[in-house]
Design a protein around this ligand. Structure first.
Ligand code: NDP
Length: 331
């Protein structure tokens, strides 16, 4: 049996990741660490987890833990990844990897030096819809890609309206929460790197303490594509999607910027519009499966540690563009 430890008694672990780990044959969640002993115990009992720790150090000292899934608030990821690497544990870390690029790079380097696998939990790469869109774009179905539009404006559910809307120090705000996913998705689908960002943000109703709850950005990619992003915590009925428009056709994903295996993909060109077939599967189960394969030496994770650094670079550039009102280069 391959043992996992959860660093963070979080909602995402409870709602998606514990199940995704348990869906892998021979894998089990054996421990959880929380900053509160009572919450660790309660969480372990609620989810059938054998051992509850009140510190990351105790969990990392557990020889039955061979990999960790880190889903604490964002400002904690760096030190927890560094500690996990030093303890020789493989690391699946939530996005955004960190709050600065230097921190994110330090995490990647530490895992590489320790010889452990590190991955970023960008789940959308595992969506059958996104993979179908990517394949169509890369097969030339729309000709030369020119523009992309990402619709990722949602309503932040009440049970998640904590640190995301009122704790800047924890890496709150819609840009580090959602734009970071858009950046990864566009890189994945286009096979290109963003090089410039312009953006404006909004604090309409939910966000406090100077955080933003809505953002619109435009990115330029190194293949010339311009991508427009609309991300929000405040719009219950906007619907999600992604579109890529080329000189020979357009591909449209509807209801695809989501955690659930749902949504449709359409191709429009001179022959008309038709729906492309997709075989939906659980995004998180697939992501963990790729991570497990990488730990066995078989391939790389769906979203690598380096992918996490690159998506963070774009999100930080969007934040800076909002702050300064200028065009920001993305290195
Ligand atoms: P939560 O707010 O649920 O959990 C974050 C931390 O908050 C936990 O580690 C826990 O601290 C503390 N906490 C949780 N519940 C309580 C409570 N009832 N009382 C007091 N403290 C509590 O965050 P999320 O699960 O929404 O997000 C965690 C991370 O996962 C973030 O980095 C986020 O960006 C990422 N995420 C990624 C998603 C994806 O699809 N890839 C989706 C959602 C989130 P402690 O561990 O000390 O108990």
């Amino acid at each position: 049996m391959f043992g996992w430890g959860l660093i963070g008694a979080s909602t995402i672990a409870a709602e998606h990741m514990i199940g995704a780990i348990r869906a892998q044959q021979g894998h089990e969640v054996v421990a959880v660490a929380s900053s509160s002993a009572a919450r660790a115990k309660e969480y372990a009992a609620a989810h059938g987890i054998a051992r509850a720790y009140d510190s990351v150090a105790s969990l990392l000292a557990d020889p039955g833990v061979r990999a960790v899934y880190i889903s604490t608030t964002n400002e904690l990821h760096r030190d927890q990844v560094l500690a996990a690497a030093a303890a020789g544990k493989h690391v699946l870390c939530e996005k955004p990897l960190a709050l600065t690029l230097d921190d994110a790079r330090q995490m990647v380097d530490a895992c590489a030096a320790a010889g452990v696998v590190m991955a970023t939990n960008h789940h959308l790469r595992n969506a059958a819809t996104h993979r179908r869109i990517r394949q169509a774009v890369q097969d030339g179905a729309i000709g030369k890609p020119l523009f992309a539009r990402v619709f990722h404006a949602v309503y932040l559910p009440p049970h998640l309206q904590g640190w995301r809307i009122d704790r800047p120090a924890a890496g709150g705000g819609v840009t580090l929460d959602i734009t970071v996913h858009d950046a990864d998705t566009l890189r994945f689908i286009l096979g290109a790197e963003p090089v410039e960002a312009v953006a404006l943000s909004q604090s309409a109703s939910l966000a406090q303490q100077g955080l933003e709850d809505g953002v619109m950005a435009v990115l330029r990619f190194d293949n010339g594509v311009l991508a427009q992003l609309h991300d929000a915590f405040t719009t219950p009925f906007a619907g999600t999607g992604i579109e890529v428009h080329g000189d020979k056709g357009s591909i449209v994903g509807r209801n695809v910027m989501t955690q659930r295996p749902v949504g449709e993909v359409y191709l429009r060109d001179a022959a008309g519009e038709r729906q492309l077939e997709v075989e939906h599967e659980n995004l998180y189960v697939r992501g963990v499966a790729r991570f497990c394969a990488a730990m066995r030496g078989d391939g790389v994770p769906a979203a690598t540690a380096d992918d996490g650094v690159r998506s963070l670079a774009t999100a930080l550039a969007v934040l800076e563009a909002c702050r300064t009102g200028s065009t920001v280069r993305i290195d």
